[in-house]
Design a protein around this ligand. Structure first.
Ligand SMILES: Nc1ncnc2c1ncn2[C@@H]1O[C@H](COP(=O)(O)OP(=O)(O)O)[C@@H](O)[C@H]1O
Ligand SMILES: [Mg+2]
Length: 261
């Protein structure tokens, strides 16, 4: 370990941490770093949250998207400020946070990056706020899932003519994921507008969304279909309810995919 090198650039909780950047204290053996990022930097709570590896350091503060989506970020920064209040004081139920719906017709406007940044901020405030109040931080307060990943798991679990053990394992993984998506405090559900493969799969999506609505659990959705049109893809009733609980945020402009600064 290089004892001159501190670790605050890599660690998502550094903006809230009193030893961030302190030589001899802020390093890869810090127990908070290991809890959140894992001993390898690719484990810990971020791994448990299923955050894709390339986004494990993404927060609102370092998101490259902010510059080109100032209006969206103004709203989102306010939204994230409510996490701080929520975990520093344990807000009453009526003040629970809303769901978000990040939307643009085209890809590459920064929706996924931003949705994950919000998820990581939630994880960060949940962790630090719990410690401040003398509570044990939750192991998995946030879960990330993309429609594509869930659909792949579903196809593996339902593919015909595979050995029984393999099918059972795939099915187990699929249902574990569905359970996590239902029960986690904040779900980041990426690409909800992607067309689903079968009716049975669509019905699982409904049960996840419906359960979360009933339990008043917030979800950050990303989509290429405006909120007012998504009902025609899924059940209208469920989306009428979801719409009431959701703040829609438009991502404007052209695709920044492959854009390097
Ligand atoms: N507005 C932006 N400014 C700078 N980079 C961006 C912006 N939007 C997206 N990117 C970059 O482009 C890539 C794709 O972004 P992503 O978040 O996947 O967009 P979307 O989910 O809207 O398709 C990422 O590497 C991201 O960092
Ligand atoms: Mg995306």
């Amino acid at each position: 370990m290089d004892s001159n090198k501190t670790n605050e650039q890599n660690c998502i909780i550094s903006t809230l941490c009193t030893i961030a950047g302190v030589k001899g204290k802020c390093h890869v053996l810090c127990p908070h770093w290991i809890t959140i990022h894992g001993a390898t930097g690719e484990g810990g709570r971020l791994f448990a949250a299923n955050i894709p590896r390339q986004y494990m350091h993404t927060t609102l503060a370092n998101s490259p998207v902010e510059e080109s989506q100032p209006e969206a970020y103004a709203v989102i920064e306010k939204y994230v400020e409510s996490f701080k209040k929520m975990f520093d004081t344990a807000l009453p139920e009526k003040d629970r946070i809303k769901s978000l719906y990040l939307c643009s017709h085209i890809t590459g406007t920064g929706k996924t990056t931003t949705a994950i940044a919000i998820g990581n901020e939630y994880l960060k405030y949940q962790y630090v706020g719990s410690i401040k109040r003398g509570l044990k931080p939750k192991r998995r307060p946030v879960y990330f899932m993309s429609m594509n990943e869930l659909q792949t798991l579903y196809s593996e679990a339902t593919r015909p003519n595979v050995p029984k053990e393999i099918a059972e394992r795939a099915s187990g993984r699929y249902y574990e994921n569905v359970e996590s998506m239902k029960n986690v405090d904040l779900l980041v559900f990426d690409d909800i507008g992607l067309r689903s493969s079968t009716e049975a799969f669509t019905s699982d999506i409904h049960s996840i969304i419906n359960y979360r609505n009933t339990m008043i659990k917030p979800t950050v959705y990303t989509s290429n279909i405006p909120l007012q049109d998504i009902g025609s893809m899924y059940s209208k009733q469920i989306w009428d309810r979801t719409r009431d609980m959701c703040l829609e945020i438009a991502f404007s402009g052209e695709s920044k995919r492959g854009f390097r600064r």
